[in-house]
Design a protein around this ligand. Structure first.
Ligand SMILES: C[S@@+](CC[C@H](N)C(=O)[O-])C[C@H]1O[C@@H](n2cnc3c(N)ncnc32)[C@H](O)[C@@H]1O
Length: 213
């Protein structure tokens, strides 16, 4: 695998981490629909026995904090050391590790849930299969998956980001169907694909899935 995009993503998000937090600081506070779906994911994790939930591409850890506030044990994973430093501040005592979602350093079947929020648009087409296979590997049987993020049909390289600072990351919008196929391709069961558009300013969707027992 050509890992140069992972290095570029880490450097890009290191640069924009502080202005990024200013944009997402409110977390899910003003997003009642999304938060109700995240709450559903949390309930599903608890109903299937609870345990470790990995926040994949956790960024500044605001969603990690939300999940933990609902009683989950969360491990944050991100490639950006600066994001992880900020996440540690928002989540004292919680575990955060620097790693790519393409190779998560946890044993097979160790996660009761994987939560991945606005990250997959950065993954190049050729590494999507490996990324979903890695999610399936870390989930235990019965484990729950929730993915939220941009959808559509376009792709460009984002060269300027939060605070007008330079970035070099892929911004790919793929169809909900394409993501559902990736989930199924990793032998996971798709429970729901929820289109958040078109009222949302940034067309987005949520995918809920689980690993069979
Ligand atoms: C748009 S931010 C979303 C952060 C967080 N999930 C949130 O909702 O606030 C994208 C995050 O994905 C991380 N990221 C990009 N490529 C990654 C990879 N290969 N593995 C893990 N994290 C990655 C970035 O460092 C950044 O923190």
């Amino acid at each position: 695998m050509d890992t140069s995009w992972i290095v570029e993503a880490a450097q890009s998000y290191d640069r924009v981490a502080v202005p990024y937090v200013a944009v997402v600081r409110d977390g899910l506070n003003h997003l009642p629909f999304e938060s109700s779906l995240v709450n559903y994911f949390v309930e599903q994790v608890k109903a299937t026995g609870g345990g470790l939930v990995i926040d994949l591409g956790c960024g500044p850890g605001l969603l990690s904090r939300y999940l933990a506030s609902l009683g989950l044990s969360v491990l944050g994973v991100d490639v950006s050391p600066e994001m992880l430093r900020i996440a540690g501040g928002y989540n004292p005592g919680q575990r955060f590790i620097e790693a790519s979602l393409t190779e998560v350093p946890v044993p097979d079947g160790s996660a009761a849930g994987v939560f991945c929020w606005y990250v997959m648009h950065h993954v190049p087409d050729e590494d999507l299969g490996q990324s979903f296979a890695e999610i399936a590997r870390v989930l235990r049987p019965g484990g729950q998956l929730m993915i939220g993020g941009h959808v559509g049909d376009s792709a460009y390289v984002k060269t300027e980001g939060y605070g007008g600072l330079p970035m070099n990351v892929l911004f790919a919008r793929r169809s909900i169907t394409a993501y559902a196929e990736l989930v199924r391709g990793a032998s996971l069961v798709v429970d729901a694909t929820i289109d958040l558009g078109p009222a949302q300013p940034s067309v987005a969707a949520i995918r809920l899935a689980h690993k069979t027992l």
